[in-house]
Design a protein around this ligand. Structure first.
Ligand code: SF4
Length: 253
């Protein structure tokens, strides 16, 4: 992993990257100090994608700066049972190296097994309903468990990722139970990769195989030059039709 890798070639910081980074750090620092003062917990949702390894790295860096006895944030991963080997390898090495606590959530096994038995291994490609049902079992229900008891969660969502994410804000308090922080909201893909390369952050090997967005193995493919960031997610679904290219984790009720 270095400047000659595919990811290194795409690392291209915006002219105002320093300001963006300072703003991101301020959002996170303020939220973490506030959570510590109130004795409430925050958690980062990580898919082990490029944005998420940046957010984890920032949290680790701010943790070292703040020197709090009880750091209010941890990291969680939804292990859907369908992740790529590259993602699972990064999960293991990240857990081993991190100064943060990690939690891993899996689907209710009986439900996942029954779904496959009834609908088949690739049911998610047969209809939007079956795809959403699979996402509900493997992602949405475990997400509810991951967020239970937490006052806030942190994501790596960026406005640039797709039109469905264009109205993402740095702080989203629309859910009074759990504030959502999107500290990379105005970062470009080049900014994200620039941070990874300049801070030598371990990243998902799939990015060097042209997977900009990391998801489940059956539902994610590499993208071609010029394609939308999330074109490789559920690629068989009509971009402008019923599908929003989201799995339900970031869809407001
Ligand atoms: S992304 Fe695909 S495999 Fe993963 S939970 Fe959703 S439908 Fe199932």
């Amino acid at each position: 992993m270095g400047s000659l890798s595919a990811i290194g070639l795409q690392a291209n910081a915006s002219n105002n990257f320093s300001e963006k980074l300072a703003s991101t750090r301020t959002v996170l620092r303020t939220a973490l100090q506030d959570a510590a003062a109130k004795s409430v917990k925050m958690t980062q949702a990580s898919s082990l994608g490029a944005e998420d390894v940046v957010v984890t790295h920032l949290l680790e860096s701010i943790k070292a700066e703040l020197g709090l006895t009880l750091f209010p944030a941890d990291v969680f991963v939804l292990n859907t049972g369908k992740l790529h080997a590259e993602t699972l390898a990064l999960l293991a090495s990240s857990q081993a190296a991190s100064s943060l606590a990690w939690r891993v959530f899996e689907p209710v096994q009986a439900e996942a097994i029954q779904f496959v038995k009834t609908n088949g291994e690739l049911a998610m490609r047969e209809s939007l309903e079956l795809r959403k049902a699979c996402c509900h079992i493997r992602k949405v229900e475990p997400l509810g468990r991951a967020l239970a008891g937490y006052a806030a969660w942190i994501t790596g969502m960026r406005a640039e990722q797709s039109s469905a994410r264009a109205d993402v804000h740095a702080v989203d308090a629309s859910d009074s139970q759990c504030t959502k922080y999107n500290p990379l909201v105005d970062w470009t893909w080049g900014d994200v990769l620039h941070y990874i390369v300049t801070h030598n952050v371990p990243y998902n090997a799939l990015h060097d195989k042209f997977y900009p967005s990391i998801g489940c193995e059956p539902c994610t493919r590499a993208v071609s030059l010029g394609e939308d960031f999330r074109a490789g997610r559920w690629w068989w679904e009509n971009k402008d039709g019923a599908s929003t290219k989201e799995c339900g984790l970031h869809v407001k009720a």
